[in-house]
Structure formats: structure tokens, C-alpha cells
Design a protein around this ligand. Structure first.
Ligand code: HEM
Length: 442
């Protein structure tokens, strides 16, 4: 027997999940506890949401579980069949092994100057004394970072063309209306929204294949430090390299998985920080002292309280015990990330924004899961946190910001993310003189 769930039709559950996701989940937790079934429109079987770290550990530790249902349907037409997000089994593991090294450790540090430069240019474009939404500004930053650091496109007509085409692709894929009409009209072939969307993908692909061909021929390929150049040179265990279409699918995957998510996480960090002057002051003091413990704790705490992705599920390959129920193979099970992050037994005062809670000790692996877990854990997690550290540091040392509306941002849905509904509107009240690093460099 599956755990119980709200006795309302799938349409109503889908609407509540779409428009009031936190209230919907909180209501289910109060009524049903650590595990409950939800039924969403378009899915034949229920999804079991869980929030007990022990059950989440059991779920994520079993490597044989598959992808949750529905992922292929929505992602494959855009990301392509070789996307890391869609591969399974040995093929998935082989790709992860090949793709992980450029996202780790020392490599990251070499990207710092270019990310800081992108932020400096972005900040210069902000109007003084006028209200603006910071979420779209963070999207512009994360797109630019991906173009430079991941794709390694640094200038000229191709950068301009890709910026424009990918901007359109990102806004189309973020719009439920555009995606729904595109997917529904797919069966009508040459006409309508699907055909328009397909033409855009073809144009993007043309640019990406041209970039891959030029990069393969670059005599200085070995010296380059962007991620595409690393992927071109990397070999699978059998000695083979990725094909052009494999590379194309991974580039689009990295763009779509890394752009909106990181921009949204930053927009939430500003919503939280600008409403908590004591924590903001402490963060500013620590940045002035060139320390990053408080900065890291702030990012951990924002991702806890406002996780960007609400669920990261699996389709069971073997039985799973949760909250007294034995779930059979084939069941879709997903950790409800926000519910897990707001458990009073894991986090005292769970709804308070207190970065201090992470100063002494980092979070528990299965009670802090903004990046999912196990063999499908976010490939770009370290990269996202690195980019967030630089963005918060550059913005808070170069800008005095205030929230335009002092109330907390409401949670809205954008594509698969939980996003600040009004984009976190802010006012730039002052641009203090360039900070010490710039003075030294000057
Ligand atoms: C704050 C920002 C981000 C958040 C919250 C986030 C969250 C997630 C989550 C929840 C998953 C699914 C994990 C699972 O199924 O267990 C995931 C997967 C993934 N993410 Fe991220 N992500 C972020 C940034 C990035 C960035 C910057 C990149 C790359 C540039 C990236 C690339 C990926 C990829 C390739 C996967 C698929 C991994 C696999 O299936 O093996 N993500 N991410």
C-alpha cells in the first residue's frame, strides 16, 4: 500500500503545487507526516514525496534506481538523447566520470578572474536610485559565465550570435505556455509553435557545431582552460572520445541545468540578506576582512531555506521502506527538498534565516539536498557555489542595495524551479569607491 495523500483530484493538486508549492507541501506534512502520495495531471501513477533523511539516504544510495517518469518527454527534444540528465546505467556513469574533473577543485580557481570581470561589467550597467529586478540581472550574469567558462566563446560575432540565440532558447524553455504549446503541436509537424521552436534549436545547433569544429582544430587546444576544451580532449575508459553530437547535448544540458538554477539561487540570497540587516552586516564585515566562512554559510543557509529545485526523484528499481510502507519497484519517489530542509529535528528554528547555524559544522549530507544526491547529484554543485560566492562578494563590496519592497518575496514557479515571483526588486542606493583589490590592481 502506498502512503496516503490529499483526497482531491489531480487537477487541483497540480494547481496547488504550481501556485502555492510551499503551502501545499506544508499542509501535506502536517496531515500525513514524512511520506505522502501526490497525483499530478499527465502522470499515470502517483509520486511519493519523502522528507526523512534516513529514507532519502536509502533512496540515493541505491545506484540501480532509474530516472523519474516524464523526464525524457520534456527534456529530450531540447537537450538531446545523449544528455547526462537523460542517460542511465553504465553510459550515465561513464559520462559522469568523464565530465566531473573540469567542475572540481583547483580548476575552479582559474575561472575566478573572468567571473569577477563579468560581474563588474554587469554592476556598472545598473541604474542608481531606480528600482529594478535583480533576478533577470543574475540570469544575464550566469548566461555570460556559461558562454565564457563552459563554452569558452570569448569574443566576436559568434559570441554575439550565441548570446542572442541562447537568450531566446532560455526564455522559451522557461515559459510554461511556450513549452506546452510547442510540445502539444509537435505532432502537427511543419507548422506552429513546435516548428518555430525546432527552427531555433537548429540555429543554436549550427553555432554549437561550428564552435566544436573550430575548437577541435585549435592548435592551442591543450592550453585552453574552458570546459568544452576539456571535454573534447577527455577520453572514456575504453579510450574513445565524445562525438560532436554528444558534446552538443552536454553543452545544452550544462546551459539549461546551470543557468536558471544559479541565477535563481542568487536572487533568493538577496531576498533573504536584504531583509536581515544583522546577517548582511556580518557578511559585509567578513568580506572586508577577506574571510569566506560566513559567505559559505550564507549560501548554504539560502539554499536550505529557498531550495531552487523542489524535488529530485527516482523510479525505484528495488523495494524501498519509507515511514512504515514498503514501496514496490516501479514507484516514483522524490525527496521533497524544502520539507527536508525545514525539519525542526534537523534545524532548530527551521524557518529562520541564520547562516550562523553552519559556521561550526557543515550540513548533514541527507538533510541538506539542494543538489539532489547519489550518482545523479548535481554535476555543477561546486561550480554553482563558487559562482555564487564571487557574485555575492562582488555585488556586496561594490553596491549598497535595498529591497524595493521589504516583504518577503512570494514563491512562484518558473519551469522546474521555485523562483522569487517578482524577481527580487531592489534599489541601488550607492556605489562605494572601488574596493581594495581594484586599488591594488590600479
Ligand atoms: C544553485 C544552482 C543549482 C542547483 C540548485 C542545481 C540542482 C540540481 C539538482 C537538484 C539536480 C538533480 C540531482 C538528482 O537527480 O539527484 C541537478 C543535476 C544536474 N545539474 Fe545542477 N544545479 C545547480 C547548478 C548547476 C550548474 C551550474 C551546472 C553546470 C554548469 C549544473 C549541471 C547539472 C547536471 C549536468 C546535472 C545532471 C547530473 C546527472 O544526472 O548525473 N547544475 N542539479
Amino acid at each position: 500500500m502506498l502512503p496516503p495523500g490529499p483526497p482531491i483530484p489531480p487537477l487541483l493538486q497540480t494547481l496547488r503545487w504550481s501556485f502555492r508549492p510551499l503551502a501545499f507541501m506544508q499542509g501535506c506534512r502536517e496531515r500525513y507526516g514524512d511520506a505522502f502520495s501526490v497525483k499530478f495531471l499527465g502522470f499515470e501513477t502517483p509520486m511519493i514525496l519523502i522528507s526523512d533523511p534516513a529514507a532519502i539516504k536509502a533512496l540515493y544510495s541505491e545506484r540501480s534506481h532509474g530516472m523519474p517518469s516524464g523526464r525524457n518527454l520534456t527534456l529530450e527534444p531540447i537537450m538531446g538523447p545523449r544528455s547526462l540528465l537523460l542517460l542511465e546505467g553504465a553510459d550515465h556513469l561513464a559520462h559522469r566520470k568523464l565530465m566531473l574533473p573540469p567542475f572540481h577543485g583547483e580548476r575552479m580557481r582559474s575561472y575566478e578572474p573572468v567571473v569577477a570581470e563579468i560581474l563588474a561589467a554587469e554592476i556598472e550597467s545598473w541604474p542608481l536610485g531606480e528600482e529594478f529586478a535583480i533576478h533577470p540581472r543574475m540570469q544575464a550574469v550566469t548566461l555570460e559565465v556559461i558562454l565564457h567558462v563552459v563554452f569558452g566563446v570569448t569574443g566576436g560575432a559568434r559570441l554575439q550570435r550565441l548570446r542572442e540565440l541562447l537568450g531566446r532558447l532560455l526564455s522559451d524553455t522557461a515559459s510554461t505556455g511556450v513549452m506546452l504549446s510547442a510540445l502539444l503541436s509537435r505532432r502537427f509537424g511543419g507548422r506552429g509553435p513546435w516548428a518555430r521552436f525546432q527552427r531555433l534549436i537548429d540555429q543554436v545547433d549550427e553555432q554549437l557545431y561550428a564552435e566544436v569544429a573550430e575548437r577541435r582544430a585549435d592548435p592551442e587546444l591543450e592550453e585552453r582552460d574552458d570546459i568544452l576544451s576539456a571535454l573534447i580532449q577527455a577520453r572514456f575508459e575504453d579510450g574513445e572520445r565524445m562525438t560532436d553530437s554528444d558534446l552538443r547535448d552536454q553543452l545544452i544540458t550544462l546551459l539549461l541545468a546551470g543557468h536558471e538554477t544559479t541565477a535563481t539561487a542568487l536572487a533568493w540570497s538577496f531576498d533573504l540578506l536584504l531583509r536581515h540587516p544583522e546577517q548582511l552586516g556580518r557578511l559585509r564585515d567578513s568580506l572586508e576582512a577577506e574571510e569566506d566562512e560566513y559567505l559559505r554559510a550564507t549560501i548554504t543557509e539560502s539554499l536550505r531555506l529557498r531550495p531552487v529545485v523542489p524535488v529530485a526523484g527516482r523510479r525505484l528499481a528495488t523495494e524501498l521502506e519509507v515511514a512504515g510502507h514498503t514501496l514496490p519497484p516501479g514507484t516514483d519517489v522524490a525527496p521533497a527538498i524544502w520539507l527536508t530542509h525545514t525539519r525542526a529535528d534537523a534545524y532548530p528554528e527551521p524557518f529562520a534565516f541564520r547562516p550562523e547555524r553552519f559556521l561550526e559544522e557543515g550540513p548533514d549530507t541527507y538533510a541538506w539536498i539542494p543538489f539532489g544526491g547519489g550518482i545523479r547529484r548535481c554535476l555543477g554543485a561546486a561550480f554553482a557555489e563558487f559562482e555564487m560566492r564571487i557574485a555575492l562578494r562582488e555585488i556586496l563590496t561594490r553596491c549598497e542595495l535595498q529591497k524595493a519592497d521589504p516583504r518577503p518575496e512570494k514563491v512562484g514557479r518558473r519551469n522546474i524551479t521555485l523562483s522569487p515571483r517578482d524577481g527580487t526588486r531592489v534599489v541601488l542606493t550607492a556605489r562605494p569607491p572601488a574596493h581594495e583589490h581594484d586599488l591594488v590592481a590600479a
